[in-house]
Design a protein around this ligand. Structure first.
Ligand code: KG4
Ligand code: ZN
Length: 367
């Protein structure tokens, strides 16, 4: 093992804590964060996210080439801000500040390859300059570890990961020990929200837009004037999901309804209810089957208030014995604090990589 790999271990052994720089560029957020890991605790010292939403909005989705170019422009300023905000060594220049960092945790996949490469190459360069090891983090694992920021989950734990690219039920039996119980067979939950919002003319990103429209209905307290949408695969004999049919059902319902434009809040409400109901039902079923001590949410769709409150109510009502953990809103959507947190628990298990061996993998699976 190269000598510099011992740097991180040494800090852990002597001072019993690690300072980690997290880098995340898998999609359209350029993010950097500094965390301090101590025992089983993760403390966020800084968390900077530069979002490209405004740039991609006009295209109705993320354009990979544009995203990668933006990452190139933003990555160093974002890392610099994260270092400054963490107040490690404000007077020093970027290369020297690395003296305080034990390890860099970077997202290596899954994601858009051109976006991932920006983060990975930056991490390699800084690791070379600072002579420290790197931790390769899977993006989904990062979302899972958003739950370990300011919390100490117990195992076995069940994690519902719902983002723009993934919908997964993951059983976690220990740090780094995952079993994927089920996943979507077609569209991810976030993707379904984005497509439904597009159908209803609500713009991008769809999740927050649908949620805002649905909330209007709750405020005005109308009776629904539309038919219910299906709850796909709700009672299937497995833990898989499917959301593409739900989106098509919404399309047909609006095509059949001449006055649909006057009922957008109702369609948004019913769509949100359908997605939340299926997600909550299956999560609970899995938690009971595997006797989970914690149920956790993660990913951009976990920012959905209806999903959060429904999950909270059901866990309480059914007295599962499981405690529900939901990350703070800012750790649900893509961020680098969650990547650094996942990196910390890997570094503790000595899963470090020399910079030369680090590779981006667009289709990396959770192992
Ligand atoms: O985790 P994330 O930031 O990026 C991916 O890894 O995909 O998730 C983005 C997704 C988008 O599809 C967005 O529409 C959805 O999360 N989202 C929401 C909400 N906020 C973001 N979906 C439903 N309700 C929300 N409040
Ligand atoms: Zn994500």
């Amino acid at each position: 093992m190269p000598e510099y790999l011992w740097h991180g271990y040494l800090r852990l052994a002597l001072a019993k804590f690690m300072i980690i720089l997290g880098i995340e560029t898998s999609c359209d957020e350029t993010a950097a964060a500094i965390i301090e890991g101590r025992g089983d605790k993760v403390k966020v010292l800084s968390n900077i996210v530069s979002s490209q939403i405004e740039i991609h909005k006009k295209y109705g989705g993320v354009v990979p080439e544009v995203a990668a170019r933006e990452h190139v422009v933003n990555i160093l300023p974002v890392i610099n801000q994260a270092l400054e905000k963490a107040d490690l060594t404000p007077a020093l220049s970027l290369p020297r500040r690395g003296g305080f960092i034990d390890t860099i945790a970077v997202t290596v996949g899954p994601g858009l390859i051109t976006s991932l490469l920006v983060g990975v190459e930056t991490a390699k360069t800084l690791a070379y300059v600072w002579r420290i090891p790197v931790v390769a983090v899977n993006h989904i694992e990062g979302h899972v570890y958003a739950n370990f920021i300011d919390n100490k989950p117990k195992f076995p734990a069940l994690i519902l990961t719902v983002s723009g690219g993934h919908t997964m039920l993951i059983l976690m039996s220990g740090h780094g020990k995952y079993k994927v119980l089920g996943q979507t067979r077609d569209d991810a939950a976030g993707e379904a929200f984005d497509k439904a919002a597009m159908l209803l003319g609500l713009g991008y990103p769809g999740g927050p837009a649908i949620a805002a429209e649905a909330a209007k209905l709750r405020i005005t307290n109308y009776e629904l004037r539309i038919n219910k949408l299906p709850r796909p695969m709700m009672n299937s004999n497995n833990f898989d999901f499917s959301f593409s049919g739900l989106k098509t059902a919404l399309l047909y319902a609006t095509q059949r309804d001449k006055n649909w434009k006057k009922k957008i809040s109702e369609y948004a409400y019913e769509f949100e209810q359908a997605v939340a109901e299926v997600l909550v039902h299956k999560t609970l079923k899995a938690a009971l089957k595997y006797n989970c001590k914690n149920i956790m949410l993660s990913g951009g769709v976990a920012a959905n208030k209806e999903l959060r409150s429904r999950m909270g109510n059901v866990v309480k009502e059914k007295s599962t014995g499981a405690k529900l953990i939901i990350p703070d809103f800012k750790y649900c959507t893509d961020n680098a604090a969650m990547i650094a947190a996942a990196g910390y628990f890997q570094a503790k298990r000595k899963k470090l990589t020399p910079w030369r061996k680090l590779k981006a993998e667009a289709n990396q699976e959770l192992k």
